[in-house]
Design a protein around this ligand. Structure first.
Ligand code: NAD
Ligand code: DAU
Length: 360
C-alpha cells in the first residue's frame, strides 16, 4: 500500500499470530466508525478470533474513532481513513491482499440531511457502492454484503408489513439513494454472477448512535431539560431493533445467506414516535411538558413495519433484545458516556441543530 501511504496490518505478518482453529478471513468493513458499523466491527473481532477486519471510513461528521477506541490496538484490526468513492484507493486496498468479504455500511444515513442536501447522498450511497462493487468484482471478493434499509419499500398505511418481494418505492432522497444502491448490487449479481447479499433493516437504537437520530436526540434533550421536537402529530410508526441484534442478523446473512438474496431484519416492536418519546421521558425522569410538536418532515413516511420471517426461517436469526430492556440500557449508556457525546454536542452539531430546529 504505497500510493496513499497506507499501512495495513496483515494477520500473516509475523507480529500477528492468531489461533488457527478456523481459516483466517479478511473482512473489509466500510463505515465502521459509524453507529452500526462500530458495533459490527467489535462484535466480529470478538466472535471470529482468527479473522482480520479492515475498516475503511471517511470520518464524516457521523464517523467517530472513539467509538472503536477499545479495538484500536487489536493486531487483527486496521483502520484506513478514506472514502468508498475514491476508486484508486478502493482498488489499491482490495487488491493488496485477498479480501474474503466486503460489508458495506458506509453511507450518508440521515433522512433530514438528505432533504437539505441530496447530492452527497447520491455520491456516497450510489456511486460509492458502485465503486466498491467494481473493485470487489475485479479482485474476486467472495461475498459482498450491502447493508440496506426498510425505507426502500416506501411507506405503509395502518395495516401490513414489508416483505422482501414488496416493490421498491422510496420516497426520500436518502431512501432513493439506498434503493439505487440495492439495484446496483442486484445488477452485479445478475450480470457478473457476483455473490451479493442485501440486508434491509428497520430503525436501530443502542449505544454510539449520533444524536441527530430520534432516540439519542430525545435522550440528550431530556437530560438537558431542552424541548423534545416531535415532528407533526407524532403518530408516525417505526419498528425498533437493537443494534446488537441487527449486527447478529448481518453476521447470519454473511455466513449463511443465499447469494443474490435479500433478507429483511426486524423486531416486531412497532410504536408511534409520540409513545416512544413518552417512554424516554419516563426513563429520564422528566416531564411530558418538554414535548414540543414542530413542523413535520417533508414527505414524512407514515409507517414502516417489516416481515423478517425469511431470516428467521432460513437463517435461524431473530431479535433477542426486548425493547423495554434495550431502551433502558441505551438511556443508561448515554448517562454513563458523556465523554462520547459531549464533544459532539459542543461542536458542529450546534450549527446543525440550529439550522434544523430553530423556528421550526
Ligand atoms: P452512521 O451515519 O452512523 O455512520 C455512517 C458511517 O459511514 C460513518 O462512520 C461515516 O464516516 C462513514 N462514511 C460516510 N461516507 C463515507 C464514505 N464516502 N466513505 C467511507 N465512509 C463513509 O450510519 P449508521 O446509522 O451506522 O448506518 C450504517 C448503514 O446502515 C447505512 O448504510 C444505513 O443506510 C444502514 N441502516 C441504518 C439504519 C439505522 O437505523 N441507523 C437502519 C437500517 C439500515
Ligand atoms: O428505517 C430504517 C431507517 O431508520 C434507516 O435507514 C435510517 O438510516 C435511519 O436514520 C432511520 O430513519 P428514520 O427517518 O426513521 O429515523 P430518525 O431517527 O431520523 O426518525 C425516526 C422518526 O422520528 C421519524 O418518524 C422522524 C421522527 N423524528 C425524528 C427526529 C430526528 C422526530 O419526530 N423528531 C426528530 O427530531
Amino acid at each position: 500500500m504505497h500510493r496513499h501511504g497506507l499501512k495495513i496490518r496483515h494477520a500473516d505478518d509475523p507480529s500477528v499470530e492468531p489461533e488457527r482453529d478456523d481459516p483466517m478471513r479478511r473482512i473489509l468493513v466500510t463505515g465502521g466508525c459509524g453507529f452500526i458499523g462500530s458495533v459490527f466491527v467489535r462484535r466480529h473481532l470478538n466472535q471470529h478470533p482468527t479473522d482480520e477486519v479492515w475498516n475503511l471510513d471517511a470520518l464524516t461528521y457521523a464517523g467517530n474513532l472513539s467509538s472503536l477506541a477499545d479495538v484500536a490496538d487489536n493486531p487483527r484490526y486496521s483502520f484506513i481513513h478514506g472514502s468508498i468513492c475514491d476508486g484508486p484507493l478502493v482498488e489499491e486496498l482490495i487488491s493488496s491482499a485477498p479480501v474474503d468479504a466486503v460489508v458495506n455500511f458506509a453511507a450518508e444515513s440521515h433522512v433530514d440531511r438528505s432533504i437539505e442536501a441530496p447530492d452527497l447522498f447520491l455520491q456516497t450511497n450510489v456511486l460509492g457502492t458502485q465503486t466498491l462493487l467494481e473493485a470487489a468484482r475485479r479482485n474476486g471478493v467472495r461475498r459482498f454484503l450491502q447493508v440496506s434499509t426498510d425505507e426502500v419499500y416506501g411507506s405503509l398505511g395502518a395495516e401490513g408489513k414489508f416483505s422482501e418481494t414488496t416493490a421498491l418505492a422510496p420516497r426520500s432522497p436518502y431512501s432513493a439513494s439506498k434503493a439505487s444502491a440495492d439495484l446496483l448490487c442486484s445488477a452485479y449479481h445478475h450480470t457478473f454472477g457476483m455473490d451479493v447479499v442485501i440486508t434491509r433493516c428497520c430503525n436501530n437504537y443502542g449505544p454510539y448512535q449520533f444524536p441527530e437520530k430520534l432516540i439519542p436526540l430525545m435522550i440528550l434533550n431530556a437530560m438537558g431539560d431542552r424541548p423534545l421536537p416531535v415532528y407533526g402529530d407524532g403518530l408516525q410508526v417505526r419498528e425498533w431493533l437493537h443494534v446488537e441484534d441487527h449486527c447478529a442478523g448481518i453476521e447470519a446473512v454473511l455466513e449463511r445467506g443465499k447469494a443474490g438474496e435479500v433478507y429483511n431484519l426486524g423486531s416486531g416492536e412497532e410504536m408511534t414516535n409520540l409513545s416512544l418519546v413518552q417512554r424516554l421521558l419516563k426513563l429520564t425522569g422528566k416531564d411530558e411538558s418538554l414535548i414540543s410538536h414542530v413542523t413535520d418532515r417533508l414527505g414524512h413516511d407514515r409507517r414502516y413495519a417489516i416481515d423478517s420471517s425469511r431470516a428467521q426461517n432460513q437463517l435461524g436469526w431473530s431479535a433477542q433484545v426486548s425493547f423495554e430492556n434495550g431502551l433502558a440500557a441505551t438511556v443508561q449508556w448515554y448517562r454513563d458516556n458523556t465523554d462520547w457525546w459531549q464533544p459532539i454536542l459542543s461542536g458542529e452539531y450546534r450549527n446543525y441543530y440550529r439550522k434544523m430546529y430553530d423556528g421550526r
